[in-house]
Every structure is written in C-alpha cells, then in structure tokens.
Design a protein around this ligand. Sequence first.
Ligand code: HEC
Ligand code: HEC
Length: 205
Amino acid sequence: MKSYRRLAALLVMAMAPLATLAEESPAESDQIRRVVHVCSACHGEAGNSGNPAFPRLAGQPADYVIAQLDAFRDQKRSEKDPRAYMWGVSALLDDTTIQQLGSYYAQQTPAAGRAGDPALIAKGRTIFQDGVPARGVRACRSCHGDNGEGVTVFPRLAGQHASYVYSQLKTFGTRLRPHGPVMAAEVRNLSNDELRAVAEYVQSR
Ligand code: HEC
Ligand code: HEC
C-alpha cells in the first residue's frame, strides 16, 4: 500500500510535463523521449523492467503495444492493476503518440531471461512447445513464436516476469481482458501448477 501511494505520487508528478505536450511542438524524437521517461518510472529503462510488478516492454511487437494502449485508454482492459496504473496515463496519449510508443518499444533490445527452477522450466517447456493435445491446449509457440519472441498482435513472452505472466493467464479465464477469449481453452484446461511452469519457462528465455 505504501509503495502504491509512492508510485501514484510519482505518476502525478510525471504527468505534469506530459500534459503540456500538446501545447508545445518539440521535435518528434524529443517528445517521445519525454513520454518514455514517464513510462520508465515503472517499466524500467528502455522497457526492461527489473521489478516483477511491472511488465517488460522491450522488444514487444509494436502492434501488440498499440492494441494494449488502446485497450487501456478505452478502459476495456479492466483488471485492478490496469485500472490503477494504466487508465490514467493512457488517457493522456493521442493516437500518434501511441503509434510512436509501439515503434519505440519494438526497437528496444530485451534483457536476457532469468534462470529459474530447472524442473519447473522443463515442465513448462513441454507445454510451450507441444501444448497438451489431449486437453485441447494448443502449443504456445504456434502463436507466440518458437522462442516466445512474439509477432504482430501476439505478445513477446520471452524474458517476461513469471509472476506477471501467471497473473495474466489467470485473468484470461475472466472477461477482464478484451482479447482474452483467444486463449480460453489454454487457461481453462491447464492446472495452476502447469500455468506456473509455463510462466517460469518463458521468463527463462
Ligand atoms: C505507475 C506505473 C506505470 C506507469 C507510469 C506506466 N505503466 Fe504501463 N503498466 C503498469 C502496470 C502495473 C501494468 C500491468 C497491468 C496488469 O497487471 O495488467 C502495465 C501494463 C502496460 C502495458 C501492457 C503490457 C503487456 O505485456 O500487456 C503496456 C503496453 C504499458 N503498460 C505501456 C506503458 C506506457 C507506454 C507508459 C508510458 C506512457 C506506461 N505504461 C506507464 C504500470 C505503469
Ligand atoms: C491461438 C493463438 C494463441 C495461443 C495458442 C496462445 N496464445 Fe497467448 N496470446 C495470444 C494473443 C492474441 C494474446 C494477446 C491478447 C490481448 O491482446 O490481450 C495472448 C496473450 C498472452 C499473454 C499475455 C501477455 C502479456 O504481455 O500480457 C500470456 C501470458 C500468454 N498469451 C501466454 C500463453 C501461453 C502460456 C500459451 C500456451 C499455453 C499461449 N499463450 C497460447 C494468442 C495465443
């Protein structure tokens, strides 16, 4: 709670320069640099967040970032954390800035994944590569790429914080993420242990 309040204060302070962007007309690169500076307070330098509370954005496909920012701004991605953290900030972004943010994060070099529990990783790797055909769970790599690198609207999962990945997988079982239904079978038919294993695997990539 304490750290949440500190972040909220940080966000309010950071908003001041962002809110004046419309009045000024700085060079495009300068403008996006200032916006990204606000984002980096949570998502880390160049989107390589070291804090599991905040997803990594570095190397995330542009189309995916744009779709999520639109979903936050339209208040369609509506779990507790997006409401608290992303609704306010996205409300201040215009379409052009959202496009530029997509390109910016797609161009950043993702930090290496983090080593984890080998047994869990091995279990997760099997699910990621082969799915569980008997239960209608498709291979994650068929959409997210062989190494979880992501493409177009399919997010990069490689190197993403396991706790964030797990929390999103649990959210896909609800209606709080607009594009959630695409993975309904995957999340419904995997146990919590299996979801944790696949999250640990992608974090290690
Ligand atoms: C105060 C902290 C904070 C700030 C500032 C912030 N974000 Fe976020 N952002 C979050 C949190 C927390 C989440 C994860 C929400 C969830 O659990 O679904 C998130 C999620 C996202 C996502 C979705 C990631 C994914 O993998 O689906 C994108 C894209 C994003 N933020 C972009 C931005 C951009 C661009 C900015 C700057 C304009 C920004 N954020 C500023 C906290 C922040
Ligand atoms: C049929 C294609 C498809 C398959 C198969 C699939 N996904 Fe996804 N996944 C998507 C799409 C599309 C999204 C983006 C949804 C959105 O925009 O909210 C997504 C989003 C995610 C996210 C949220 C990422 C973020 O940054 O917030 C996670 C985590 C995820 N998938 C994990 C998995 C895992 C694990 C598997 C295998 C068990 C899997 N997916 C199988 C299409 C797929």
